[in-house]
Each structure stands twice: as C-alpha cells, then as structure tokens.
Design a protein. Sequence first.
Lengths: 111, 114
Amino acid sequence: TQLLEQSPQFLSIQEGENLTVYCNSSSVFSSLQWYRQEPGEGPVLLVTVVTGGEVKKLKRLTFQFGDARKDSSLHITAAQPGDTGLYLCAGVGYNTDKLIFGTGTRLQVFP
Amino acid sequence: ETGVTQTPRHLVMGMTNKKSLKCEQHLGHNAMYWYKQSAKKPLELMFVYSLEERVENNSVPSRFSPECPNSSHLFLHLHTLQPEDSALYLCASSVGTGGGYEQYFGPGTRLTVT
C-alpha cells in the first residue's frame, strides 16, 4: 500500500514567517500534486510536479519534487493569513496510475 | 453555476434514515469521484465513475450506494449509517480517470450521523 506522510500535521505561525511542509513516501510516484483546502471548501490544485528534482514557484510558494520522486516539499515565504488552510500532497502511483492523498498539513497564519 | 456543486452542504441523519447526496459538475468532464474526508485520516477514495460506468469501488460498505445517471450528475445514497460514517463527503470530477488528471472538487457535504 502506498502511503504519503506529511509533516508537520499542524503549523501555527505569525504573518511574515517562512515555513516548509514535507511530503514523504517509500514509493515512487510518476507525478505529485499539491492542493490547498480552505475551511468550508473542497481542495484546489496548486501545482503538479513531474520530473525528479523539479522546482516550481507560485508567487511566494515554492514546490520541489525529490530527485528519486519519493518525496516533495512546499516552502512558503513571508506567510500571509490568506495562506491559512489544509495543504494536501497527492502522488500518482508509478505502476498504478492512481492518485493517493497525503495525511495533510493544517496551517494557520495569524496577523 | 460553474465548477462542481454539492447539495446539501450539511446533513444530520439518524442511523435508520435514508438520504441522498447530490453532486453536479458543469465542466464537461468524463470522470466523477466520491471521497470521504475524516479528521486525522487521509482523503479516502470511495467510488470512481467514468462515462456513467463505475470503474472503482474501494471496499465501501453497502450502506453507501452510488448512482451516476449521466456524466454530469453523481449521487450517493445513504441508508442505515453508523456514527463513524460522520465525515465530509467530497465529490470531484476530472477530464479522465488517469491519476495525472487534475481533480476539481466540490465544497462537500458535512454529514453527521446521530
């Protein structure tokens, strides 16, 4: 069974701080997606990374796919209250072509 | 309406009730999904439909019964639920069923079983 563990589970920080969220597995994924889910809403796709070592930037958010395509990280620079939400990574199984969601990181950014 | 809509947004039901959740997508997608989101557990895929045909059923108890009358509509019929079935039920759609396709989620139905 493919599992995606995210850390930390919870993160509570002040506006302006930097943070990194990790998504780890022992399995290889053909691609990895990051979603953000705001309270009362469904998850919304932020980015998809496909190549090992790939780095993608979305304004203050930087996403990296591990060289071995088993892990990924999300770094947020100068966090804003609008970044508050549940961050979910989701990997596409290399052999299964199925999307597996991670355990989630709940981020709260205080003004 | 745009995107993926779900009704009702909140539902409280007794263990002996029968109710249905409705999902509608306005994106022209061919695949639709039901997920269960519980506290402290990863998002659990329940059912996958492709062009109205069920292509995946992830060992979901028979008290959950999906129905897909057309590619735009998806229902989840509920009967004799248990308190542990209380969760957020999310519907999603995508162009195809391959894992690499972006999934578009609805806002969910918050279900409480009393």
